[in-house]
Design a protein around this ligand. Structure first.
Ligand SMILES: *[C@@H]1O[C@H](CO)[C@@H](O)[C@H](O)[C@H]1NC(C)=O
Ligand SMILES: *[C@@H]1O[C@H](CO)[C@@H](O)[C@H](O)[C@H]1NC(C)=O
Length: 468
């Protein structure tokens, strides 16, 4: 989290891998694109939203119920009463940023929109025919003991042998405070929670598998420090479960990654050490294990201005000396990587602290890059929802084994005033159809498939998702 507010537009366009266009070609392409965009916005000003969605509909192969485009008019501020004249209200509809301000305002009258209360919780203990196994993004999600799930900035490990999913994340079930005036909102390190499930909806609490340190102030996991975005992968060669996480001090100056290991998916994990990978600052991060067993670390570096990627050692305990800089100058964080049909994809967020911003999808033929930016993957809802990643920030993309090309996009809806109240936004993600933002796009080949994250107020996995 933290750092820069603005992400810069890319300043160069690439004609094909490696070679640059001549300057005039770049300029004329830009002029052409701007003219087209301008015309488009003039023509489609009033019915832009519907058209936009309709066009996307045409591009997509809507073969499954997961990929239905659902509009949402709940996330809107009603026109203000009093102050403004009715004409002024008519002329200028409330801008999108207002809803973001409401989102960040602890005492907003619209809080229930973003953070619905206990009464609407997803509760696996209730046998409600119509509601069981439905995901409601943003609602409180209870575990099988009836407690709200505490697994923020999380990731999921699938253990095929037992058909079990393990969800690891930050336990933020403590008071939110500011360590000093300029400090970000924080909760002391409690530890990494683990939950297990076979259906991805009913989650059993397996406890804190890596605990914060109460006493030892020099320890990385001392409660006064920062532990974020824990991710676990399994090493077939060593039979160990290896956890990587962002380790920092209260001011985010340590900027390191930590590594822990366990013989069991449900811990306990033994904390090994922290380091600055390849000698660089490392904040938001993730790890990705490829089909060939090689695992990679991806982290925001150089003050979050770029990402770095590199393979781990065979035992997954360390990075190697190989590293590439990717998305240089783009200021992206919260990376979530997945692979489909031989192509690598990544969803990232901008860097605006706890405030939500627009997601971007990226693609690459080789995981080490070059990575191309394809545009905003969010589909449906409304303009504000799409521009804020549905008021959430990416953390992980989970493949659905029985549904090739279908994934669950996992994101955090941060409640900066009370971080333990942060919610989970899980939505279907699909790969398919042509990418739709040519401006930020490689004009040559290959043509990547579009990544789409579909907004739903309520959705469930199709019955055959396990694919047996
Ligand atoms: C405190 O933590 C540091 C760093 O992990 C370690 O070297 C030291 O032995 C610990 N001290 C105690 C008393 O456990
Ligand atoms: C964090 O920053 C504050 C304000 O600049 C300072 O007082 C404090 O000592 C710093 N703490 C650490 C652990 O660096």
């Amino acid at each position: 989290m933290r750092m820069r507010n603005k992400q810069r537009k890319p300043t160069t366009l690439h004609c094909n891998a490696g070679s640059r266009c001549t300057l005039s070609a770049v300029v004329w392409s830009l002029v052409g694109c701007i003219l087209i965009l301008h015309l488009y916005s003039l023509v489609h000003q009033s019915d832009g939203n519907e058209r936009d969605i309709q066009e996307r509909l045409n591009h997509l192969q809507l073969s499954r119920e997961l990929e239905e485009v659902e509009e949402d008019n709940d996330f809107q501020i009603p026109p203000p009463r009093g102050k403004r004249s009715p004409r002024a209200v008519k002329r200028r509809p409330k801008r999108a940023t207002s809803l973001i301000e409401e989102f960040l305002d602890e005492s907003s009258q619209f809080k229930h929109l973003f953070f619905p209360d206990k009464r609407t919780a997803m509760d696996p203990r209730k046998e409600v025919e119509d509601d069981n196994h439905y995901f409601y993004p943003g609602r409180i999600w209870l575990d099988t003991d009836g407690n709200p799930i505490q697994a923020h900035g999380g990731g999921i490990l699938y253990v095929e042998k037992s058909g079990t999913y393990y969800w690891y994340g930050e336990n933020k079930d403590g008071p939110t405070y500011h360590a000093h005036k300029k400090g970000a909102a924080r909760v002391d390190i409690i530890g990494v929670s683990c939950y297990s499930s076979k259906d991805l909806w009913t989650w059993k609490y397996e406890g804190i598998v890596l605990a914060g340190e109460e006493q030892n102030e020099t320890h990385d996991l001392h409660k006064s420090n920062v532990l974020e975005r824990p991710k676990v992968i399994y090493n077939e060669k060593t039979g160990k479960y290896v956890m990587w996480m962002h380790i920092d001090d209260v001011n985010y100056t340590k900027a390191s990654v930590g590594v822990a290991v366990s013989n069991s998916p449900i811990g306990p994990f033994e904390y090994l050490y922290s380091m600055q990978p390849h000698g660089f600052d490392s904040r938001d991060m993730t790890i990705f294990k490829d089909d060939d067993g090689v695992a990679y670390l991806v982290y925001s570096s150089e003050d979050n201005s770029e990402l770095h990627i590199g393979p781990l050692t065979d035992d997954y305990f360390d990075v190697t000396h190989i590293m590439r800089r990717i998305l240089v100058g783009k200021h992206r964080e919260a990376p979530a990587i997945f692979k489909y049909d031989g192509t690598y994809y990544m969803v990232t967020s901008g860097c605006t602290g706890w405030a939500p911003n627009r997601a971007l999808a990226h693609a690459a033929e080789s995981i080490m890059g070059p990575w191309e930016t394809m545009g905003n993957p969010c589909v449906g809802g409304n303009e504000v929802l799409r521009q804020t990643t549905f008021f959430a920030q990416s953390t992980f993309v989970l493949p659905l084994p029985g549904l090739p090309g279908s994934f669950i996009f996992m994101a955090d809806r941060w409640s900066s005033a009370d971080l333990r109240e942060s919610r989970y936004v899980w939505l279907p993600l699909a790969v398919g159809g042509a990418a739709d933002q040519p401006l930020e796009y490689n004009f040559g080949f290959p043509l990547w498939s579009r990544v789409s994250i579909y907004w739903h107020r309520k959705w469930k996995l199709p019955d055959h998702w396990k694919g047996i």
